[in-house]
Ligand binder design. Structure first.
Ligand code: DGY
Length: 321
């Protein structure tokens, strides 16, 4: 008999029903996030933990759960909130949810990209403030995308999906990554691989799709921003700490780049005040995968991973390290 499946947030009923086929399910009284103390007191005896990016699942949590813990299933493609080596050292399987959120996240990336380049938030704020306006040829001009260069940092599944959308908008794609993309992918996207410094110096829009690791923390810092064109935009829909937010706020205030579109923040849920006050910043509260269909698919994928492991089978989507 397995111990309980501890779920740290509210999940759709069909997902909870699926999890109940693997064992009893514990859910929190409200959607959370659980604070650290509540997380630690909820896990003892757990066979599985279904976590979100709010939950730091590390050796302390695994030890609080005890030796019956067999799987930690993250409801996210990113897994920087999990101490994978510590969990694996304790024989715990670790899973994430790649694939099912690719299109939703790429759509949101492009939505934010358009919001900042075409000044949509600024225009909406003007109207809601009842500011007098009239159609004029020079009124609230933005930047077009046709013929511009999109620089993708990290040409994984989401980066590729963003590149496909960029091609439909008439953009040219360059990318940077630890390894070259497979030749058929480069051909499909007509994408050229560049060193990061060259990509930053070339791109009209830089869009971040690399995972957060110690190697990518503050990848975009003051020096990187200074390499970008003053007319360029930065889009971040991966993880906040990939960008040095204070450096970005300074760069925007000083006109080092033209604008930024951000779905993720260095210290979520806080946003650097220097970003909040700028009109050339489009903001969203970590909505990349936030469609009903996608969030349900993510949660169901996590449940399938739990059910597989607790039934003695391999997980569908173990984290790729
Ligand atoms: C992820 O999956 O990593 C997103 O940030 C949340 O959907």
């Amino acid at each position: 008999m397995n111990g309980p499946v501890v779920v740290t947030t509210t999940l759709p009923d069909p997902v909870l029903d699926r999890l109940r086929t693997a064992g009893p399910v514990w859910t929190p009284p409200d959607p959370g996030p659980l604070d650290r103390g509540a997380l630690l007191t909820s896990v003892p005896g757990a066979a599985a933990i279904v976590a979100t990016l709010n939950d730091r699942i590390d050796a302390e949590v695994a030890d609080a759960a005890g030796p019956g813990l067999r799987v930690v299933a993250n409801v996210a493609v990113g897994f920087d909130n999990l101490d994978v080596p510590a969990l694996r050292a304790r024989g715990v399987e670790v899973t994430n949810t790649p694939g099912v959120l690719t299109d939703a996240t790429a759509d949101l990336t492009f939505g934010l990209l358009l919001a900042v380049t075409r000044r949509l938030g600024e225009g909406e704020r003007l109207l809601r403030a009842r500011t007098p306006w009239s159609f004029q040829l020079g009124f609230m001009l933005g930047s077009g995308l046709q013929g511009k260069t999109l620089g993708i940092v990290g040409l994984g599944q989401i980066g590729r999906a963003v590149a496909r959308r960029a091609l439909a908008f008439g953009m040219r794609v360059v990318y940077t990554g630890r390894n070259p993309a497979p030749a058929p992918v480069e051909r499909e996207l007509s994408a050229t691989r560049l060193p990061l410094a060259d990509l930053l110096a070339t791109a009209d829009v830089v869009s971040l799709h690399c995972p957060l690791t110690e190697g990518t923390r503050h990848l975009i810092d003051a020096d990187a921003l200074a390499t970008m064109k003053p007319t360029a935009f930065l889009v971040n829909t991966t993880r906040g700490p990939v960008v040095d937010e204070a450096a970005l706020a300074t760069a925007l205030a000083d006109g080092v780049i033209a604008g930024a579109a951000l779905d993720v923040f260095e210290h979520e849920p806080d946003v650097h005040p220097g970003l909040l006050e700028r009109d050339n910043v489009a903001l969203a509260p970590h909505l990349g995968s936030a469609t009903t269909e996608t969030r349900t698919a993510m949660a169901m994928r996590a449940a399938e991973n739990v059910c597989a492991v607790l039934a003695g089978a391999a997980p569908l989507t173990p984290v790729p390290i």
